[in-house]
Design a protein around this ligand. Sequence first.
Ligand SMILES: [Cu+2]
Length: 256
Amino acid sequence: MEQVESEPAVVVFRVTDRSIEAPESIPAGLTTIRLQNDGTVPHSLVVFDIDEGHTVDDVARELTGQFWPESWAPAIGEVSAEPGESNEWTVRLEKGLYAATDWTVGPDQVPHVARGVFTGFEVTASEGPEIAWDSDVIEIELGDFFFTGLQDLPAGRNTFRLVNLSDEQDHMLLFVPLGDGQTVVDMFGDYVYERDGGNLDFEPAAEIGWIGPGQEVEYSVDLDPGNYAVVCLLPDGHPGTPHSNLGMLGQITVSG
Ligand SMILES: [Cu+2]
């Protein structure tokens, strides 16, 4: 199909503490998925692309925590946002069924899913021309267990397109500020996975969310000058060794 240079369509997912409001039907194509957090606590939004033969209810039934081993519904991205704020990523939606949720746990330790923060939507065939990916981006490949294309960056907004080359592993990238003289090995060399309950024991400056096997996504992140650890902390199995311990760790300098 012929491709045109144009901004992707933006679809807003309005997340409250008890619901997600979003269109029930979205045309296929390159789409910016925007989380608008209208709740009172931080929320994340993750979207699953459901294979034919499965339903939105199947996802609801199988979704028991912030891990997702089901290969019939890969995650196609995740963002988080503070109350009153928004965050977004871009992905090419194909015709079919999708589910969207906040699978994290609230400050009261209750999973947001249990309160109804879950929805399904259908992507329908598109009539219009196909919008091309932005060509002016930093390309990063994620594999088992490495990433390519990581580089020092200018301060401010940088846009990445990430491809997960794996057949079975989910991947993500965190940018975590390093202290004076600290290295990524000091911080994550023997990291022990402590994210159960949604709690991190460090403060990431930016997060490029959950990317299922074979998926391609585009994220923009804002970074201040400094040195950063760049890691994937998803586990190899559950429980399992963090991917950072298997090779998915790097270090970059952001210059102002
Ligand atoms: Cu990974």
